[in-house]
Design a protein around this ligand. Sequence first.
Ligand code: 13P
Length: 244
Amino acid sequence: MIKKLVAGNWKMNGGLAANEALLAALRPVSGVDVALCVPHPYLAQLQRRPPGFELGAQDVSEFAAGAYTGEVSAAMLADFGCRYVIVGHSERRALFGEDDATVARKACAALSGGLVPIVCVGETLDEREAGEALAVITRQLAAVVEVLGKEGLSRSVLAYEPVWAIGSGRSATAEQAEEVHAAIRAWLVEQGVDATGVRILYGGSVKPDNAMELFAMPNVDGGLIGGASLVAGDFMAICRAAGV
Ligand code: 13P
């Protein structure tokens, strides 16, 4: 069985004092890998964090180094002890114009820099209602396989985040999530990717009261947690639900 991963995505939230208070309330949870994906400036602060929490970032440059004002490279993230970096979050796709090819290049830069990309995919409500969810997700994934290759993809983490479930309080049901996760794994196998160890996280309104049910699904290998990762008690409860 794949060891689950719960990653908190703080998004553009936090501050030195608030982060300190949050970190002070976090305790290690056994049986699950836990990561905190924080805004770039706070990577330095998170050098001191409770044991048992790995570090992640929320975006990475597709370029390795040079004249790219405002960008942060994979090597810089690795320098600060990052293990993970989120790429292709729907907020970056929708608000910052990142297309499938850009996301794929960022995932590649992450792997080349020694990081594990957490590659986000997911459909909008319109796409789901049009019956296009899987077509959208496999299009997003195909772009990544094309650049990373099968081997690169097998070393990545995937996150299924239906856009309609993000920050809406309306999570996918456990059955809806499982249906997509199982389809993603089957698609990976069809492409010749060794998918046995690939963790497929679910993200979108995961809370303490629905985490257990979601994580009980055979193809849900953990979660990518937004709002609830900012509330220590809720985040701990979600991590514990993955660790049982
Ligand atoms: P919420 O948990 O706030 O819905 O956010 C999910 C998400 O976007 C994680 O990356």
